[in-house]
Write a protein that binds this ligand. Structure first.
Ligand code: FAD
Length: 505
């Protein structure tokens, strides 16, 4: 009986570790040959696996750490030594992974069974129980708010008896402040690379084609062990949590992290459990270390959104990966790869990704995917771009966020697109003041590219969007424009597209 763990199963607190004394980890490299991932993502995953191996060995477990091209080759070696072995694995989150892994094991004369994956709060059966009881008229659409309230009641987190702590379920309105000019976000945690990280980073640099070259990226800084991840969680609670709530949606030039937790990669790899992170946040509230708008905002992300997208993905695949309800087909502009554009917001966000494999939520949603959406980019190319570029990216999490939330290629998890003109970026950031494009103008040379793309996007997709019921105000503005305005908007949008395509935006 062997416990086979993937690089996203690095949870040293899991019960199943007590039931096995033999662990298999396969460091397979073929996936990294197929796609040019960010060098920090590859360094993070491989270094975290190696440190986890060392940790388990220090606890007395026998760990077979096999370095191979593919899982198949790693399993060949395993079954040569342990013919007919029974394997156990926590359920992988990627669609189809269980079937693919079972086939690989069956082909080699072994057996595999799957156990609950502690990287998520809910099991599939528990989510399905909620989903099947919803009583919605469309069984294939899901809305966060009901799910989130159910999760709060079920877990008792931020609950005062049967009522939400503080009287409201949601403090969204208090998550939209922009910081004063003299605000300086506390320095984000920095984990100096140890021997394993340095060794893996050099190997990654020599071995793989990557999203950016190592020397174009900033120094590697991500936590690769549970101890470091717990330290990152404490640093967040101590130094950043209070500001997280008010400035959750804000963007400031030169500030890549703001007061975000930077914990997604640790949670997605299994180094931190979502529930322990939520409970830590809840305790910070009880102890008066963070205000309700910070704590509720954070709990909504981890207990609400993260669980929600994971299970909606599971239930909506494979259709979600193919969806393109708006029929968008443009190739991503070269600026997404080079970061070279005069648009301050886009160049800042892309540079953040290029430097560290990270951009915070609002940059992801309201700059990177909003621009791609109104530009008309193919949602699947955008999904691929996110998957390659981010340290925390895995198919189960990019697909619902990029194809669903960001691109509105399907309406399974939101009823309207997150599309906006430059005015959103202007309201939530200081980017527009240093941008050569004028956010106040929609048309003509020098007008903010977001503006004409936004209005022409609304007009082009009117049939699908007007009917969603939540776009009424926007379509009132569409209806107000006369044909001369539309001609000027179309001309500007076409000029913007041309510049974006040829890399001169
Ligand atoms: P914080 O802002 O501090 O939020 C706290 C935690 O909440 C995060 O660590 C994460 O675990 C969770 N969370 C918040 N929102 C979401 C969400 N929508 N889906 C899942 N978890 C959420 N998240 C990823 O983990 N990997 C991705 O590849 C990813 N791609 C995204 C792409 C797009 C277009 C969008 C709109 C969102 C994406 N997200 C992704 C969700 C979210 O943006 C990131 O989880 C978050 O920015 C990570 O930074 P943080 O840890 O500082 O998060």
């Amino acid at each position: 009986m062997t416990l086979w763990l993937l690089g996203t199963h690095l949870d040293r607190t899991a019960d199943y570790l007590d039931e096995h004394d033999h662990v298999l980890l396969i460091e397979a490299t073929a996936f990294a040959d197929r796609r040019p991932y960010h060098p920090h993502k590859l360094t993070l995953v491989f270094a975290a696996m190696r440190r986890f191996r060392d940790d388990l060995r220090a606890r007395g477990l026998t760990v077979d750490y096999r370095r191979a091209e593919t899982f198949g080759e790693g399993l060949d070696d395993h079954f040569d030594e342990h013919p007919g072995d029974d394997l156990t694995m926590p359920r992988p989150a990627a669609h189809g992974a269980e079937d693919r892994l079972r086939e690989l094991v069956d082909d080699r004369g072994g057996r595999i069974s799957f156990v609950p994956n502690p990287t998520f709060v809910l099991t599939p059966e528990e989510f399905d129980e909620w989903a099947d009881r919803r009583g919605t008229s469309d069984p294939d659409t899901y809305r966060l708010e009901d799910f989130y309230r159910w999760m709060r009641r079920r877990s008792g987190v931020l609950m005062d008896g049967d009522s939400p702590e503080g009287g409201e379920w949601n403090y969204d309105e208090q998550n939209r402040e922009t910081p004063p000019d003299d605000w300086e976000p506390p320095a984000p945690p920095l984990f100096e690379p140890g021997e394993t990280v340095r060794e893996v980073a050099s190997w990654v640099e020599a071995e793989f084609e990557t999203f950016v070259d190592t020397d174009e990226a900033a120094p590697f800084r991500w936590p690769v062990t549970r101890k470091q991840s717990l330290d990152a969680l404490e640093q967040f609670v101590d130094a950043r949590f209070a500001a997280f709530g008010p400035y959750q949606d804000a963007m400031v030039e030169g500030e890549w992290a703001m007061a975000h937790s930077l914990l997604s990669a640790s949670i997605n790899l299994g180094l931190l459990r979502p529930m322990e992170v939520i409970e830590r946040a809840d305790r910070a509230y009880e102890e008066g270390d963070a205000p309700i708008n910070s704590v509720e905002g954070f709990v909504r992300q981890v207990l609400g959104w993260r669980e929600f997208v994971r299970h909606v993905y599971r239930r909506s695949m494979p259709a979600m990966a193919e969806a393109n309800q708006l029929g968008q087909t443009e190739t991503l502009p070269p600026a997404y790869w080079t970061g070279e554009t005069e648009m301050t917001c886009l160049s800042e966000a892309v540079e953040h990704v290029r430097e560290r494999g990270y951009a915070h939520h609002i940059e992801r949603l309201m700059v990177l995917s909003n621009f791609a959406l109104v530009y008309g980019a193919d949602p699947h190319e955008l999904n691929e771009w996110f998957h390659r570029g981010f340290v925390d990216a895995f198919h189960w999490v990019t697909t619902p966020n990029v194809v669903g939330m960001g691109s509105f290629a399907t309406d399974v998890l939101s009823s309207k697109p997150y599309a906006s003109s430059g005015s959103y970026v202007n309201r939530m950031s200081d980017y527009c003041s240093s941008c050569p494009y004028a956010v106040s103008r929609d048309t003509g040379e020098g007008a903010c590219p977001f503006n004409s793309l936004y209005w022409t996007f609304l007009r082009e997709h009117e049939e699908t969007l007007r009917g969603t019921g939540r776009m009424g105000l926007m379509y009132a503005h569409v209806d107000d424009k006369d044909e001369a305005e539309w001609t000027a908007l179309e001309e500007r949008a076409e000029a913007v597209r041309e510049m974006a395509r040829n890399g001169t935006l």
